[in-house]
Design a binder for this molecule. Structure first.
Ligand code: ADP
Length: 399
C-alpha cells in the first residue's frame, strides 16, 4: 500500500472502518461494529482471509474502535506493519464553517461541537469517532472530511430559504446539502469518462442509495442540491419522504395531536419507500412491483417522477448539461429507474440506450445512445476512497 489511510465512519450505534490505499482505492480490510451500547454487539471484519464475525458487548465508540483494532491484529492486515498516512473521518455536517477537509485539532473539535444542533444524530457520534481515534492513534494525523463541504459553492439564491432574514444569521437556517463526498468523487470520475477536465463539464448527478439526493454541478462546482438544512429534503428515499408541504407538520399536529418529535420520526424513518410499501429496500419494492403489488407500483412511479422533476429543474439551473450521472445502490443497479426517470426527454437531448442501460452496473459506463447530446452515465461511487484521498491531500499540504 503506497498511501494507507484508515477511514472511519462513526454512526449512532455503529462504526464502519476500512483500510484504503489512497493511491488506487483498494481496501486491504474493512468492517463494521454494530449495536454499540446494546447488550450484545457484532463485529464483522473482512480481511485478507475472508470475513470474520464475532459477538460481544461493545460499550461505546472507544470500545468499538478498540474491537476493530483487535480484529486487525488477529485477522490482519497488521496495522503495526502499515505506515498509516492518516485516519480519515466522515463528518456529516460542516455547516458554513468547513468548505474543505481539515486536520483535526482542538479548534476543529470545538467547531464540530458548535455544529451539533444542526445534525445531532450524526455529528454527535462523528465527534466521538474523532476524539477516540485521536486517543488511539496519537501519532497519526486525523482528517475530518465533511459531507456538506462540496456544496459550500452554492450561490446565495440556491442556499437561501425564503424565511425571515434573521433566521439565517441567528440560527444558521439555510440549505447545506449532503452526500458531498460522493458527489465530489462521482463528478470527477464522470468527467474522466467523458474524457474532459472536471472543471469543464456540467452535470446533473443523482446519488440514489438509502438516502437520495440530486446535485447540479457546474464546471466541477456544486451550484444546487436537493437536500437542505437536513438530509430530509428533496428526492424520495428509503425511509425519508423528501419534499412535502412545509405545512404538513402543523396539519398533523393540529388534526392528530402528534408531537413534533413524532412527526420528525415519521417523516425520517417511516416514510419514503417504507411508508408507501412497508419496505425500504429498493430490491424488495421492485420484487413486489413485479408481482403486481399496486402500492409498490405507485411508489416506484413517485420515486422516479421526483427524480425526473429534479433533472428538469437542474437542467434549467445549468442551461447546458453534458451528462446526467447515476450512482449508489439504486442508481447503479436499477436500470428501470434510469429509464423511467429519463424516458421521453429527447427534446432535451437525453436518449437512453436500453441495451446499454440494462448491462450497466459495477463499472463507469455510458448508457446513452451515440446520438444523445447529453450523455447518460452510470458511475459507481466510492466514498471511502474519496475520504482517503482527501485526507492524504490535507496531510501533504501541511508538510
Ligand atoms: P447507502 O446509502 O446506505 O450507502 P447504497 O448505496 O448501498 O446505500 O444503496 C442501498 C439501496 O440500493 C437499497 O435500497 C438497495 O435495495 C439498493 N440496491 C442495491 N443493489 C440493488 C440492485 N441490484 N437492484 C436494485 N436496487 C439495489
Amino acid at each position: 500500500m503506497s498511501a494507507p489511510v484508515l477511514v472511519v465512519n462513526a454512526g449512532s450505534s455503529s462504526l464502519k472502518y476500512s483500510l484504503v490505499d489512497a493511491a488506487d482505492g483498494t481496501a486491504a480490510a474493512s468492517g463494521t461494529v454494530e449495536r454499540i451500547g446494546e447488550d450484545s454487539g457484532v463485529l464483522t471484519h473482512r480481511g485478507p482471509d475472508g470475513e470474520h464475525r464475532s459477538e460481544r458487548r461493545v460499550a461505546d465508540h472507544e470500545d468499538a474502535l478498540r474491537a476493530a483494532l483487535d480484529a486487525f491484529a488477529v485477522h490482519g492486515p497488521s496495522l503495526a506493519d502499515v505506515d498509516l498516512r492518516a485516519v480519515g473521518h466522515r463528518v456529516v455536517h460542516g455547516g458554513a464553517t468547513f468548505s474543505a477537509p481539515a486536520l483535526v485539532d482542538d479548534a476543529l473539535l470545538e467547531a464540530v461541537t458548535r455544529l451539533m444542533p444542526l445534525a445531532p444524530l450524526h455529528n454527535g457520534p462523528n465527534l466521538e469517532g474523532l476524539k477516540v481515534a485521536r486517543r488511539l492513534f496519537p501519532d497519526v494525523p486525523q482528517v475530518a472530511v465533511f459531507d456538506t463541504a462540496f456544496h459550500q459553492t452554492l450561490p446565495p439564491r440556491a442556499f437561501t430559504y425564503a424565511v425571515p432574514h434573521g433566521w439565517a444569521e441567528e440560527h444558521r437556517i439555510r440549505r447545506y446539502g449532503f452526500h458531498g463526498t460522493s458527489f465530489a468523487f462521482v463528478s470527477r470520475a464522470a468527467a474522466g469518462l467523458l474524457g474532459r477536465p472536471a472543471d469543464d463539464v456540467n452535470l446533473v448527478v443523482l446519488h440514489l442509495g438509502n438516502g437520495c439526493s440530486a446535485t447540479a454541478v457546474e464546471r466541477g462546482r456544486s451550484v444546487d442540491t436537493s437536500m437542505g438544512l437536513t438530509p430530509l429534503e428533496g428526492l424520495v428515499m428509503g425511509t425519508r419522504s423528501g419534499d412535502v408541504d412545509p405545512a404538513l407538520h402543523a396539519h398533523l399536529h393540529r388534526e392528530l395531536g402528534w408531537s413534533l418529535a413524532d412527526i420528525d420520526t415519521a417523516l425520517n424513518k417511516r416514510s419514503g419507500l417504507r411508508g408507501m410499501t412497508g419496505e425500504n429496500d429498493f430490491r424488495k419494492v421492485s420484487q413486489m412491483r413485479a408481482a403486481g403489488d399496486e402500492r409498490a407500483a405507485l411508489a416506484f412511479d413517485v420515486y422516479c417522477y421526483r427524480i425526473r422533476k429534479y433533472v428538469g429543474a437542474y437542467y434549467a439551473v445549468l442551461g447546458h448539461v453534458d451528462a446526467v450521472v447515476f450512482t449508489a445502490g439504486v442508481g447503479q443497479h436499477a436500470p428501470a429507474v434510469r429509464s423511467a426517470a429519463l424516458s421521453g426527454l429527447q427534446r432535451l437531448g437525453i436518449e437512453v440506450d436500453e441495451e446499454r442501460n440494462q448491462r450497466a452496473g459495477d463499472r463507469p459506463t455510458v448508457v446513452s445512445t451515440d446520438t444523445s447530446e447529453v450523455a447518460v452515465l452510470v458511475v459507481p461511487t466510492d466514498e471511502e476512497w474519496e475520504i482517503a484521498r482527501q485526507a492524504v491531500a490535507v496531510v501533504e499540504s501541511q508538510s
